[in-house]
Design a protein around this ligand. Structure first.
Ligand code: NAD
Length: 330
């Protein structure tokens, strides 16, 4: 099977390529990635049956010939960082909307199966005590340029299924953690700050709740949907990993042998969603998927170990990320 993975040099895409190559001897993978600040060819180092094409999904002349020669497209490429979307929304509109449009037009023209990767952030947020979690029929209510452009990309996929009969599935997943995640993101930033002897910083009181899932569980769910999912259907991916940001920082501190109160609070960011929580019943009951990492503390310990032993991967990004946060008072 020839698989085109867009955004495969980013965090989740690179883990997807790694697990696919390890578990599927019949698979060859082409990664199409623009190699923005968020992508790294190092994340794919040492992989057999994998090639990397540097290019933009929004460029028809790049994407179309690649789609034409593959059996499956798994579409991870996106601008993915909420904070960046508040500072400059334009690459979010360009990649997440125009880029997805070009992916859709290419799979339509060449009759290639597509799986579109999206986020639970399209649903907006929940109250802390809301009994209802997000499910497949929850109304879209995005808060930021990031989540609204992802919401738009999902709607484009649905429309291309209805209007043109393309063979596509969609998944909306909760917050991922694990190896190869950029140090601008919450968990790697805290871990690498602690490695550098810097006190972690927490937005506001840290009451915001995220539903954490290990990246390998996200990717095993993606394969389950590709193989067993119904065309045109949306599946929510989550592993019942709800934790407040305060709890996560304290667990990281304890996991790294520090006092759990050893952190500072910084001003919250505008529109910061309060709580995300996923109901993944459809995926579990219809398709029989279950997560492997059911204990967040174990997955977190493995992630801390990975950042400790792979400093060469994250070190080149670290100073620039911290300088940017410092300029924003964070
Ligand atoms: N990180 C999460 O917790 C999470 C949760 C749910 C869903 N998602 C979704 O998963 C996908 C991957 O997220 P991630 O965290 O790995 O993001 P990431 O930012 O780490 O990686 C994105 C990759 O896309 C590439 N890219 C950006 N613009 C491109 C373009 N125009 N053409 C080609 N490549 C381009 C980047 O170079 C990078 O390698 C995204 O669609 C995101 O919305 C992420």
């Amino acid at each position: 099977m020839k698989i085109l993975v867009t955004g495969g040099a980013g965090f989740i895409g690179a883990n997807f390529v790694r697990s696919t190559i390890a578990s599927r001897p019949d698979a060859t993978v082409t990664v199409l990635d623009k190699l923005t600040y968020a992508g790294s060819s190092e994340s794919l180092a040492g992989l057999d049956r994998t090639s990397l094409v540097q290019g933009d999904i929004a460029d028809r002349d790049t994407i179309e010939p690649l789609v034409a020669e593959h059996d499956l497209v798994v579409h991870f490429a996106a601008e993915s960082h909420n904070d960046n979307s508040l500072n400059d929304p334009s690459p979010f509109v360009q990649t997440n909307l125009v880029g997805t449009f070009q992916v859709l037009e290419s799979v339509r023209r060449h009759g290639v199966r597509l799986h579109h990767i999206s986020t639970d952030e399209v649903y907006g947020d929940l109250e802390l005590d809301d009994p209802e979690k997000f499910h497949e029929t929850t109304a879209y209510n995005p808060s930021s340029p990031y989540s609204s452009t992802k919401a738009g990309s999902d709607l484009l996929v649905r429309a291309w299924v209805r209007s043109f009969g393309i063979e596509a599935t969609i998944s909306n997943c909760s917050n991922n953690y694990g190896p190869y995640q950029h140090v601008e993101k919450f968990i790697p930033r805290q871990i690498t700050n602690l490695i550098d002897g810097v006190r972690p910083r927490l937005y506001g009181a840290g009451a915001n709740v995220r539903d954490w899932i290990h990246v390998d569980d996200h990717n095993s769910a993606v394969w389950t949907i590709i193989e067993k999912g119904r065309i045109g259907e949306t599946y929510l991916i989550g592993a019942n990993g709800e934790k407040s940001n305060k709890e996560v920082v304290e667990m990281i501190l304890e996991g790294m042998g520090r006092d759990k109160d050893d952190y500072d609070h910084v001003a919250d960011r505008p529109g910061h969603d309060l709580r995300y929580a996923i109901d993944s019943t459809r995926l579990r009951e219809e398709l029989g998927w279950t997560p492997r990492y059911t204990n967040f503390a174990d997955g977190l310990a493995a992630t801390i170990d990975w950042y400790r032993t792979n400093e060469g991967w994250w070190r080149p990004q670290k100073a620039a990320v911290e300088a940017k946060y410092a300029a924003q008072g964070q």
